[in-house]
Design a protein. Structure first.
Length: 334
């Protein structure tokens, strides 16, 4: 069993200071650097393995890799950030927000772990450096580096399956998917978004007569409008009976394109979307969309991070959270 003395020797602080910190002595006054160094050594040596989980709340970072323009394009990430910060605050933990991984690397010694939102343009070498300095990390909503960090994300493959079953059960035979492209990770080619991949697989399995894909660009209103216009150009007045759209933000743009072309939803075609963002209820018609419970995702992410900090030798954990369909007027039962 790891002792206070061993931690004191490894960290360079007195056994008394180490003991008071690990026993959550509220009268102890030490710098944040001292606090984190002692807790990091305790975690590395496995101090908590045979004891109760630490009562000392770790100091963590939130790496929010979304710029203001991206947040304006897709409000989902702004609300996810708010949910994470609220969850961290409710847990009584200290947090600092970073936009760039390099900034977090420079200040890594101040933290015991981090949460990360945003997976596009992930530089593998940068995150390898971060992993060496701060191995306890959880990607939230995505899973770009499963060999380095934990993750929590919505179960989008199951979401797509459920949506296509909704179409099939309602008697739809001709459907289409509208989505964006997957993230850029290092120098690897961009991968298909998981929603598009699931659509292709499940649509073939359910034997739809027609299942087309319109997928390119970002998850923005403008791109949704452009993809909607491309669908109208391809189909004319013979639109598919239903569209599955990868996000509410894209759906808003698609609805704009349909409105300009005189396409009335759900009379001419139905839409099922994903996210259940605030705007979904107020567009015309209100969107039938899958709710992603960001509070649950945030709570699970923080719990997994705390476990990773306390148990640094454990395998990586990757959790999926199911979604549920909020039925509104954009989807018509035949």
């Amino acid at each position: 069993m790891v002792t206070i003395k061993e931690i004191a020797q490894r960290s360079g602080y007195s056994p008394a200071t180490v003991s008071r910190l690990l026993n959550n002595d509220q009268t102890l006054s030490v710098t944040q650097t001292t606090r984190n160094k002692i807790l990091k050594v305790a975690n590395q040596l496995g101090y908590w393995k045979d004891r109760k989980k630490p009562a000392v709340a770790p100091t963590i970072a939130l790496l929010f890799r979304m710029n203001n323009q991206e947040q304006l394009q897709d409000s989902y990430f702004a609300s996810l950030k708010d949910a994470l910060l609220k969850t961290i605050e409710d847990a009584g933990m200290q947090v600092k927000v970073f936009q760039y991984a390099e900034e977090l690397i420079d200040q890594a010694e101040e933290f015991q772990g981090f949460l990360c939102v945003g997976d596009d343009n992930v530089e593998l070498n940068v995150f390898k450096r971060l992993h060496r300095l701060l191995p306890a990390g959880v990607f939230v909503d995505t899973d770009p580096l499963p060999h380095l960090f934990d993750s929590v994300q919505p179960n989008l493959s199951m979401t797509v399956r459920d949506a296509l079953e909704q179409f099939a059960d309602a008697g739809y035979q001709r459907i289409a998917f509208i989505g964006g492209i997957g993230p850029q990770i290092g120098k690897r080619p961009r991968q298909r978004d998981s929603r598009e991949t699931a659509f292709r697989v499940v649509a073939e399995e359910l034997e739809f007569k027609q299942a087309d894909v319109f997928s390119s660009g970002s998850f923005s209103v403008l791109n949704g409008r452009q993809l909607g216009e491309a669908a109208i150009k391809q189909y004319g007045d013979q639109l598919p009976e239903g569209f599955l759209i990868a996000s509410d933000t894209l759906s808003v743009g698609v609805l704009q394109a349909f409105n300009d072309a005189g396409v009335i939803v759900p009379r001419d075609t139905s839409i099922i979307s994903i996210n259940n963002s605030d705007i979904a209820e107020y567009v015309s018609p209100p969107l039938s969309t899958y709710n992603i419970n960001q509070k649950v995702i945030s709570r699970m992410a923080l719990n997994i991070l705390r476990d990773a900090i306390a148990n640094p030798e454990r395998p990586h954990v990757h959790a999926l959270v199911d979604t549920n369909l909020i039925m509104r007027e954009s989807f018509k039962l035949k």
